[in-house]
Design a protein around this ligand. Structure first.
Ligand code: SF4
Length: 409
């Protein structure tokens, strides 16, 4: 990392006023789920602590949380807050209670910050009451769907083993219909990747529903999960992502936003940043607020479970938002993100991949100093994207300048 960026990263302190530009708080308003997805880290793979917390956030708890957050944002000069309602399944809360929750948050926080709401749901409990609440409080909606029926039903079953596909698809269709009048209801989707899925068909299916914003998630795994079978799966997932990229290119509509594509292509912009190894400064922060009025760090790190179990938690009755950001954990995460795993040295893709996401780099013996468990996914994907870009007229000397990769492969 260049010296100036290194010094900036070292001197940056989120507990100092005006250091955070945007705070996202994942608010766990319901800590249980009506589905029983087999890949879910919260209930089925490693972390069941949610079951020890109250099933739902209470209104009095929301009042405490809203006040705490407003005071903290004022003290730290945070201008923008996004509250993302998550679960479990947030729609296990009654719609009326959800509207009251939004009302409390809006009244308390809007005078202090630029406030936005979003929700991530499986869509199966979407009622008229929920539609009204989502409309009324300008809540952006994300729906979890893994693709066509057979692909969705592979993992996303309820506690009796029944399909959730029809209910989820119906919710998406209703949201799409409503979005002609209320554009914020146009849903985005999240799909967990699987090596056995034909992603050309998944892309077509989601586009057929009218989805314009999609996000494909790597399954939650850490570097401890590495096996020959998983290696083969990681390669197949890379091919699947490449298939999505091809389908996206064929459609050739810049308004279709697939998150990994926009993140990757940002790197290929001519004249754009050549080197991204010095990761973004964490001026955008993520916290998790839970039903028991405790605060945790970003729970996307949960696959690093042995480590995640040891990280500090905070109680809003005892710790201010500034106290939370005084924790050394944020500096530690910043350092780990900026440190290239030693096993990645010499890889042509370091500038774009940076060793992968932290949670997929973790092992109990080496901490975060491992190439991602999805290393092969990235190699297949980046190689394929370079080839497709060259076939479509992107200058090969530019690729060689960035990666030298076509000299080596
Ligand atoms: S592709 Fe693999 S080796 Fe290369 S930077 Fe990414 S994780 Fe590291």
């Amino acid at each position: 990392m260049p010296l100036r960026e290194t010094l900036e990263a070292m001197s940056w302190d989120p507990s100092q006023p005006n250091s955070i530009e945007r705070l996202q708080v994942v608010y766990k308003v319901a800590e249980r789920c009506n589905l029983n997805c087999s890949y879910c880290y919260y209930y089925n793979i490693g972390d069941s602590t949610a079951l020890q917390r109250p099933a739902k956030a209470s209104l009095s708890g929301t009042k405490n949380f809203a006040r705490w957050l407003a005071e903290g944002c004022e003290e730290l000069g945070i201008p923008q807050v996004l509250i993302s309602f998550h679960g479990g399944e947030p729609m296990l809360m009654r719609a009326k209670e959800f509207a009251q929750t939004c009302d409390i948050l809006a009244r308390t926080l809007s005078p202090v910050v630029d406030l936005g709401f979003s929700i991530q749901t499986n869509g199966t409990l979407m009622s008229e009451g929920w539609f009204e609440a989502l409309k009324g409080y300008q809540v952006n909606v994300g729906v979890s769907i893994d693709g066509r029926r057979a692909d969705h039903d592979r993992f996303r079953l309820d506690h009796q083993g029944r399909s959730s596909f029809n209910a989820t698809e119906t919710a998406i269709k209703r949201l799409m219909d409503a979005s002609t009048q209320y554009p914020h209801l146009r849903p985005s989707t999240i799909s967990v990747l699987n090596s056995e899925v034909d992603y050309r068909e998944t892309f077509r299916y989601l586009r057929g529903l009218g989805i314009e914003s999609m996000h494909f998630l790597l399954p939650d795994r850490s570097a401890d999960d590495r096996t020959p079978a998983l290696e083969a799966e990681a390669k197949a997932i890379g091919k699947g992502l490449l298939t999505i990229f091809e389908a996206w290119m064929i459609e050739d509509d810049p308004d279709i936003n697939v998150r990994f594509i926009s993140e990757t292509l940002g790197f290929f912009q001519i004249g754009g940043p050549r080197k991204q190894l010095g990761r973004r400064r964490k001026s955008n922060q993520i916290l998790v607020a839970r039903s028991d009025e405790t605060i945790a760090i970003d729970d996307s790190l949960i696959p690093a479970l042995d480590w995640y179990k040891t990280v500090p938690e905070f109680a809003i009755a005892q710790n201010s938002l500034r106290d939370v950001f005084r924790s050394p954990i944020f500096g530690l995460l910043e350092n780990e993100e900026n440190r290239l795993p030693s096993g990645c040295v010499g890889c042509p893709w370091t500038q774009i991949c940076r060793g992968g996401d932290l949670e997929n780099r973790y092992s109990t013996t080496r901490g975060f100093d491992n190439p991602s468990i999805y290393c092969s996914t990235y190699k297949v994907l980046y190689q394929g994207i370079c080839e497709l870009l060259i076939q479509n007229g992107y200058p090969q000397p530019e690729i060689n300048r960035r990666f030298g990769v076509f000299d080596r492969v």
